[in-house]
Design a protein around this ligand. Structure first.
Ligand code: ATP
Length: 328
């Protein structure tokens, strides 16, 4: 392990996700385990530029593994997109004698880390923290599993009211341009249809399918709509179309929104966060830089940051087929 690394900084950036606190804890405790110092940076890159730092030891991160959000706060920083901003951030890190930076965030945060490394040669390591699961180089991003559980819980509750009133519910879930949350939670919640950006069913086919479900005896239905789906301009337009073209259902919309980003991280996300934190710090100590840690075939692996931000995660075709069969 490198003798040159004596102090590592950790920050959370971009949209928050459940498990970020657990990942900070893992970074801090791995540093303590290897007898190196750790500092937390508040408000992501914004705090890096402002020098908003706090020394963290193993005890500073007690009682947070089960807490959603991020106690370091997260932010989006326009100033970090400028050369001057990044120069200031670099000087602040040098003044603090920091030798490595762990960035917990999404692809935008990793792009910032890469630009920073290219300019100053500063060692950076990424931990993928986003509920969307849209980052190449890990089967699961941090927070994805918790968000799935939150969505499934919501679908179960919506199902109760939908079946009491013979209603058709359109439920919009997060996921940006990908349908991972919609597809997985839709299958787990027993949705009749799942609309994702990766597959364009078309409005007519949707109505046909819902009508078919009715003729087979269904009295209520739930359609999960990924926020990035393009079938209608938005979910309310979708509702209007189905209202006009289908009889016998009271059609309602539920947009789950930011509740999907909150809550106590699941067991899976706590373990994942712990593994990622250990791998991130130990990789920096091994002299690695410009990588993201991720879960591949059950193992912690490194993926170059430029690959992680360039790629687009693919939807699991087998899951698509399962969902089709289940909605029979
Ligand atoms: P989420 O997946 O939730 O959107 P994210 O990490 O992708 O999270 P972004 O808002 O895209 O979130 O990026 C976070 C921050 O990373 C930006 O506010 C900015 O400070 C920095 N960043 C992004 N792209 C660049 C870039 N090209 N150059 C410098 N900094 C960047």
């Amino acid at each position: 392990m490198s003798e040159n690394i004596k102090k590592i900084a950790v920050l959370t950036s971009g949209g928050d996700s459940p498990g970020m606190n657990a990942a900070i804890r893992a970074v801090v405790r791995t540093c303590a385990y290897h007898n190196i110092e750790c500092i937390g940076v508040y408000r992501g890159y914004e705090g890096l530029i402002d020098g908003d730092f706090e020394s963290l030891d193993a005890r500073s991160v007690k009682g947070i593994i089960n807490k959603g959000g991020t106690f370091l706060k997260s932010a989006r920083s326009k100033t970090f997109r400028t050369k001057e901003g990044r120069q200031k951030a670099y000087e602040n890190l040098l003044n603090e004698n920091v030798n490595g930076l762990v960035v917990i965030g999404g692809d935008g945060s990793f792009t910032g880390a890469l630009v920073f490394n290219n300019e100053f040669g500063f060692p950076v390591m990424g931990i993928p923290g986003t509920i969307d699961n849209d980052i190449v180089g890990t089967s699961h991003t941090l927070g994805f599993d918790t968000a799935l559980n939150t969505v499934v819980d919501a679908i179960d509750k919506i199902r109760d009211t939908a079946s009491s009133h013979n209603r058709l519910f359109f439920v919009e879930v997060m996921g940006r341009d990908v349908g991972h949350i919609a597809l997985n939670a839709g299958i787990a919640g027993g949705a009749e249809e799942i609309l994702i950006p990766e597959e364009d069913l078309g409005l007519e086919r949707l109505v046909d399918s819902l009508n078919k479900s009715k003729t087979t005896g269904k009295t209520s239905s739930i359609v999960i709509v990924a926020e990035g789906d393009k079938i209608g301009k938005n979910i309310f337009e979708l509702k209007d179309y189905v209202d006009e073209n289908m009889e016998g259902y009271d059609v309602r919309v539920s947009v789950l929104g930011h509740m999907q980003r909150g809550g106590a991280p699941s067991c899976f996300d706590r373990v994942l966060a712990s593994r990622m934190g250990v791998k991130a710090v130990e990789s920096i100590l091994d002299g690695e830089t410009n990588y993201m840690v991720g879960l591949i075939n059950g193992k912690m692996e490194l993926t170059p940051l430029d690959q992680a931000i360039k790629g687009k995660t693919k939807i699991n075709l087998e899951l698509l087929r399962v969902s089709d069969i289940m909605s029979t």
